[in-house]
Design a protein around this ligand. Structure first.
Ligand code: F6R
Length: 613
């Protein structure tokens, strides 16, 4: 989830590229870089840190070309550093590339290129691309002006994963070649100049006329024109679109708020978190951790420690790990764990979940477990964050920067990653039958599309939220994993709508909370586990009888029951259902907050990263 910009025209590229990067910084900000072409030579400046620091550095360099590409990075492979920043070049410095996305088969491609004599300066997946282009360019014995394009296409044919790519070459210094697959890219048309970007806002101040690129299309972009090609390099025509957004709407990709944008990004962030880790009929690959069968078998306990939403993701992880690996798992709130003298020894694995990787309590809880001999594993969304520097092992969700204070896409990425980790542990231990693991894998692969399906049908939910927005109390009920999601749904509602809400394990209702149910009160229930269905329905009937207004989120058949609203979600394994059932809950909170005209992205009293106790 990085940002890319490009320019070709009569003006100096550098200030245009820096201006574009500054507008894209919200997409990634751990490092940035630019390459420009002048007199058939590529000059490149890149640096760890913010775009303003790159600008200071670029001021001191001779970057006068009027063709250039640029990138602001959110690390996925390799820590933030100058070497890992984009642009990347081939060993002969003939091709310079910026890339958004993840190349899943990069280690195989690295091996292939290493055998051909190429070497690598970074830990990134991207560096294989300029070297592959170089390799294919010199494999091609013909010598025509399409040779550069053919080399880019042949390199892309080898790539698995997602990418939006810009390439310049000292061997064809009159053009930029771009292509995309599962990662956005647009071309902005000016007069005798062209702009390129992953996101419209970066270049909206220069032009409002855009070509929107589709997957597997290639473009040769010149100062005065552009040539479009399909996946077989057959020439195609594309229409210009006039995009009349204002700058603020554009930064949010046309969404009203970052939170809504992030909710809609979930199919992609889940897909990128799965990446190439999970493989059908093959062992799961988690390059970043190395925990042997003997070590896992020796464990007497796993702790999962986190705060807020990340802790609720941990509850889903507990269910997965206990059931697939047969190891007891205790989930705890970091601020409690650190002060309660927990029982920890060498046979303890402590897993810490933190989107930001900077939450003070979670870091302190990690240091405590480490000092008492536990092995520590961090799950974070930010490469190189404090928690990942402290932990013995780190593994990343690839959700991209989360700007809205209320966490959405980080949660679904955390649950997805925890399911992958549970499968990895189970495969290593041999603790679970292969049939179940294969079923789970195939259900995980389906999640991104199923989230898309939920996101495509929201009108009834919006209408229900409108009815509820003036209320003062809302209850959420569920059993098992549905209870874990009820907690997260309740937290979302509190945070952004300021409505008091409580989540209860449905079976607890009769032990007290049912006293609060009175006519008209809203109860949201989640029902996704067929084994617990009858019991949960009885609990909902108890609140219906007392006059509650009921929203039921389910993937089960509910005949002969009358609830005020039933929202159907796709079927999946109950271990994974939180990834799907949380989506309507995120939107329920969002629509209520909008109806109340509140600031969805920056709710009162809250901060995105809680770096103090
Ligand atoms: C809720 C929310 C918070 C965070 C919590 C932990 O929407 O965002 O509850 O989940 O503050 O933050 P991280 O994951 O950054 O440690």
């Amino acid at each position: 989830m990085c940002g890319i910009v490009g320019y070709i025209g009569d003006k100096k590229a550098k200030p245009i590229l820096i201006n574009g990067l500054l507008k894209l910084e919200y997409r990634g900000y751990d490092s940035a870089g630019i390459s420009t072409l002048e007199n058939s030579e590529i000059s490149c400046v890149k640096n760890k840190g913010r775009v303003s620091e790159l600008n200071d550095l670029a001021e001191k360099q001779n970057l006068d070309g009027s063709i250039g590409i640029a990138h602001t990075r959110w690390a996925t492979h390799g820590k933030p550093s100058s070497e890992n920043s984009h642009p990347h070049m081939d060993n002969n410095k003939a091709f310079s590339v910026v890339h958004n996305g993840i190349i899943e088969n990069y280690s195989e491609l690295r091996d292939f290129l290493t055998k051909k004599g190429y070497h690598f300066l970074s830990q990134t997946d991207t560096e294989v691309i300029p070297n592959l282009i170089h390799y294919y360019y010199f494999q091609d014995t013909s010598d025509d002006s399409a040779k550069f394009l053919r080399a880019v296409k042949r390199a892309c044919d080898d790539l698995n994963g997602s990418y939006a790519i810009e390439v310049i070459s000292s061997l064809s210094p009159d053009r930029i070649i771009v292509t995309r697959k599962d990662s956005p890219l647009v071309i902005g048309k000016g007069k005798n100049e062209n702009y390129i970007s992953s996101d419209i806002p970066a270049i909206l101040s220069f032009t409002k006329d855009f070509y929107l690129l589709n997957d597997n299309e290639y473009v040769e972009i010149f100062k005065t024109g552009e040539k479009f090609y399909d996946r077989n390099l057959k020439s195609i025509k594309k229409d210009l679109k006039n995009i009349d957004w204002d700058a603020t709407a554009a930064e949010k990709d046309g969404f009203e708020d970052y939170m809504l944008k992030e909710i809609f990004e979930q199919p992609r962030s889940i897909r990128e978190t799965i990446g190439s880790r999970l493989r059908e009929n093959e062992k799961t690959v988690l390059d970043d951790i190395c925990l042997s069968k003997e070590y896992l078998a020796s464990l007497n306990k796993i702790y999962i420690i986190a705060c807020g939403t990340a802790m609720y993701a941990g509850l889903v992880g507990k269910c997965l790990i206990e059931n697939l690996c047969n190891i007891p798992v205790e989930v705890d709130i970091a601020s409690e764990f650190r002060y309660r003298n927990p029982i920890i020894d060498k046979k303890t694995l402590a897993i810490y979940i933190s989107q930001s990787g900077e939450t003070a309590d979670t870091i302190a809880a990690l240091k405590l477990a480490k000092s008492r001999g536990a092995t520590t594993l961090a799950i974070s969304n930010v490469i190189g964050s404090s928690i990942t520097r402290e932990a013995d092992y780190s593994i990343y969700t690839h959700a991209g920067p989360e700007i809205a204070v209320a966490s959405t896409k980080a949660y679904t990425a955390q649950v997805t990653l925890l399911s992958i980790i549970a499968i990895y542990f189970a495969e290593t231990l041999g603790s679970c039958n292969k049939g179940l693991l294969n079923e789970l894998k195939s259900d995980i692969f389906k999640l991104p599309e199923q989230v898309e399906e939920i996101l495509s049908n929201l009108n009834d939910l919006k209408a229900f939220a409108k009815e509820v927005h003036r209320e003062h109390d809302v209850f959420f009920l569920g059993r098992g994993n549905d209870y874990a999601v009820a907690l997260e749904g309740s937290l979302k509602l509190k945070e952004i709508s300021y409505i008091h809400s409580e989540a209860y394990a449905a079976g607890e209702l009769k032990h007290g909370p049912i006293a609060l149910i009175e006519p008209g009160i809203t109860v949201v229930s989640i029902l996704t586990n067929p084994l617990l269905l009858e019991k949960s329905i009885s609990n909902i009937q108890e609140v219906v009888t007392r006059g509650a207004k009921t929203l039921v989120i389910t993937n089960q058949e509910l005949k002969n029951y009358s609830f005020d609203m039933v929202l159907r979600i796709p079927k999946t394994n109950p271990y994974l259902s939180p990834v799907l059932s949380v989506i309507p809950l995120q939107l329920f909170a969002y629509y209520i907050s909008k109806e109340k005209k509140l600031d969805v992205d920056k709710p009162r009293n809250l901060a995105k990263s809680v770096t103090v106790e």
